[in-house]
Design a protein around this ligand. Structure first.
Ligand code: F6P
Length: 323
């Protein structure tokens, strides 16, 4: 393989730039050139790309977001548009494609492989940590650290005033950010989409903590439809608890910021392995992290299995040691 393309797709995540950097430098070391598509599949469809060299990915390892840009591209869903895009891609000599994103982005890559026999590699990049076959997606660690720091700050004011906070964190349909943030931030309770909540039990748990003299109460709520988000949860629990509260929505703050060491490491390992494997004429895989080691996972299996099992042990521990 002489030339590859690379794109970032879906929600941006801190560490995507580190993954692009590792992929580009690995490719250049193996004598391959790299086309960096702008704005995800949108740039792929519109044939908008930049030639990436080892120098052009300098000074990005520490930056959040994705310097290539990203999107959720509707046009790509049309088979005719895909066929035209592939013809364009072949015209500029691109033989394989690295896609950094979540399971939706991988579905797109698999379609290109099956319809047009293009070599594809996936790198899980989403703050949600909801891709099967990997322990960590790029961006998750940074997002949890951001949410944890926000909770630390809320605790300062909570300890001073006795205020209760309902803090909504991101995660679309996954409670991973909420569970890990609740544990690491020492939250009083946590509400996630993976569980049907018993509001009476949660209220009793928090009342017990109040009776023991706990002053600041932080309840982490995963966004999403199941529980209706932090405002709905606050409405349900606030009335039972008879305590003054505020709702804090952390929102897109969690998507930005300089990636943590963990995200830079995972991104660098994943970018390098993805390109090495493409260079060895492998296709249809993603780089997963298993037992803290980067490995190749069949992309089809990752997509078909859907979301990974939620870490109910982390949730249980967060609740068990809240006090
Ligand atoms: O998938 C990443 C994510 O940040 C989710 O946690 C969140 O639900 C969603 O993206 C927000 O998407 P948008 O930026 O399109 O509002």
């Amino acid at each position: 393989m002489q030339r590859i393309g690379i794109l970032t797709s879906g929600g941006d995540a801190p560490g995507m730039n580190a993954a692009i950097r590792a992929a580009v430098r690995t490719a250049r070391a193996k004598g391959m050139s790299v086309a960096g598509y702008h704005d995800g599949y949108t740039g792929f469809v519109e044939n908008r790309y930049t030639e990436l060299t080892s120098r052009s990915v300098g000074n990005v390892i520490q930056t959040g977001g994705t310097f290539l840009g990203t999107s959720r591209c509707k046009a790509f869903l049309d088979p005719k548009v895909r066929a035209e895009s592939v013809a364009q891609m072949r015209e500029i000599g691109v033989e394989g494609l690295v896609v950094i994103g979540g399971d939706g982005s991988f579905r797109g890559a698999l379609t290109l492989e099956s319809e047009h026999n293009i070599a594809v590699a996936g790198i899980p990049g989403t703050i949600d940590n909801d891709v099967w076959g990997t322990e960590e997606t790029i961006g998750f660690d940074t997002a949890v650290n951001t949410a944890m720091r926000a909770i630390d700050q809320l605790r300062d004011t909570g300890e001073s005033t006795g205020m209760m906070f309902f803090v909504e964190v991101m995660g679309r349909t996954s409670g991973a950010i909420a569970m890990y943030t609740a544990l690491a931030g020492g939250a009083a309770s946590v509400v996630v989409p993976e569980e049907d909540e018993d509001w009476t039990v949660i209220a009793r748990h928090i009342k017990d903590q109040m009776a023991r003299g706990k002053k600041s109460h932080i309840i982490v709520v995963a966004e999403g439809e199941q529980a209706g988000g932090a405002f709905a949860v606050a409405g349900r629990l606030g009335a039972r608890l008879d305590h003054e509260f505020r709702v804090v929505i952390l929102g897109h703050i969690q998507r930005g910021g300089s990636p943590t060491m963990r995200d830079r490491l995972v991104a660098s390992q994943s970018g390098a392995l993805a390109v090495e494997a493409l260079h060895q004429d492998r296709s249809g895989f993603m780089v997963g992290i298993q037992h803290s080691t980067p490995v190749l996972v069949p992309l089809k299996e990752a997509v078909e299995r859907g979301h990974p099992e939620p870490r109910m042990d982390v949730l249980a521990l967060a609740r068990h040691i809240a006090g």
